[in-house]
Design a protein around this ligand. Structure first.
Ligand code: SF4
Ligand code: SF4
Length: 339
């Protein structure tokens, strides 16, 4: 029954990992405390109707064309070995048009276009290259109490790269932050968040139906991550109400914020789960973090919101034996789940 947390604290230690980078912005002042260098990764699983950077959606470099800058000189046509460019009349002007199915994003046409009507959006970079660029801003980041923020696109879309980048930033002594919509699996959260000092979560829409309508993806994956982060102050009972009709699976699992330790250190926890005695919060058997009345209300609300399925027990409490943890959780669950 004990689920191995094989990803927790697992640093990949591979500075050669790559991801498409949309932009690296120095002197950011809205992405966390102090002056920050913000790394925008390219690729996002959501398609929000209000997206201000749709060119950051796709997880690979892309050719961007700007017809308002094109003067129809045709210099780009012979530069393209893929034969992807032709001239077409548009609104009374003859302009270049690109066949996207043929384009290999080689960038040759960008180099010859003097009007800057063509551009490659995104560049594949390795962790070390990004860290080298961040290093140039060190003086500003340190003197302002700032650090590195990883954003997107969606920074959890390339979890191994993001985890390694954040780990490397920590090693260099930088404060780290992520800007994320939270659309990620539990394993991704466990991989990335041990290296995060500050999480800026951008919850798009609480209503599950509207979430799917306006972002293109259901909110259950997002909400699952939020419940996992209940130690950061989210309320699973309120979340269950907001997810009315969209709860497909429920785990019996609990977390306890460790008083005295969290009073000093706050509740962001980079230590591995095996350091139970040092951690400011721990996974615990059901009932050892939240009391029976809390669990009764939780399962009552979950039931009212339309969920009538099984409750899985995920045993991760390292403060007691597996057998004791299972027995404790089963005892509590049988008392709080109405049949
Ligand atoms: S080289 Fe630039 S300006 Fe000339 S046709 Fe091509 S895109 Fe237009
Ligand atoms: S990026 Fe390369 S393949 Fe694509 S249109 Fe330009 S020259 Fe052709």
């Amino acid at each position: 029954m004990r689920k191995a947390n094989c990803n927790i604290g697992r640093a990949i230690h591979n500075p050669d990992l790559t991801a498409p980078i949309f932009n690296i912005q120095s002197y950011s002042i809205h992405d966390g405390p102090g002056i920050r260098t913000t790394v925008f990764e390219k690729g996002c699983p959501l398609r929000c109707v209000w997206c201000a950077n749709p060119e950051s959606n796709f997880p690979s470099p892309q050719l961007m064309t700007y017809s308002s800058l094109c003067i129809g000189c045709g210099h780009c046509i012979p530069s393209c070995n893929a034969n992807a460019i032709c001239m077409q009349e548009q609104s009374g002007k003859v302009l270049s048009v690109t066949n996207r199915t043929r384009c290999t994003t080689c960038g040759a046409c960008v180099a010859v276009c003097k009007r800057k009507a063509r551009e490659i959006s995104g560049k594949v970079m390795c962790v070390q290259e990004v860290l080298n660029q961040v290093e140039r801003d060190r003086m500003f980041l340190e003197s302002s109490g700032g650090g590195v923020t990883v954003s997107g696109g969606e920074c959890l879309y390339h979890p191994a790269f993001t985890a390694e980048l954040l780990r490397g930033a920590h090693e260099k002594g930088f404060h780290t932050a992520v800007e994320s919509c939270g659309f990620a699996s539990r394993d991704v959260v466990d991989l990335v968040f041990p290296h995060v000092d500050l999480a800026l979560l951008d919850i798009k829409v609480m209503n599950a139906e509207h979430h799917k309508q306006y972002t293109g993806v259901p909110s259950d994956g997002i909400s699952n991550s939020i419940i996992h982060m209940m130690i950061l102050g989210a309320d699973p009972i309120a979340a269950a109400r907001a997810l009315k009709g969209c709860i497909y699976h429920v785990h019996g699992k609990d977390a306890r914020i460790e008083r005295l330790l969290s009073d000093v250190d706050g509740i962001l926890e980079p230590r591995p789960v095996t350091d139970s005695a040092e951690r400011v919060w721990n996974y615990v058997a059901v009932g050892c973090g939240h009391d029976l009345n809390w669990w009764k209300e939780f399962f009552s609300v979950v039931h009212m919101m339309g969920y009538d399925g099984d409750v899985s027990l995920e045993m991760e409490d390292l403060t007691m034996s597996t057998e004791a943890g299972v027995a404790t959780s089963v005892n509590v669950l049988t008392q709080v789940i109405s049949r």
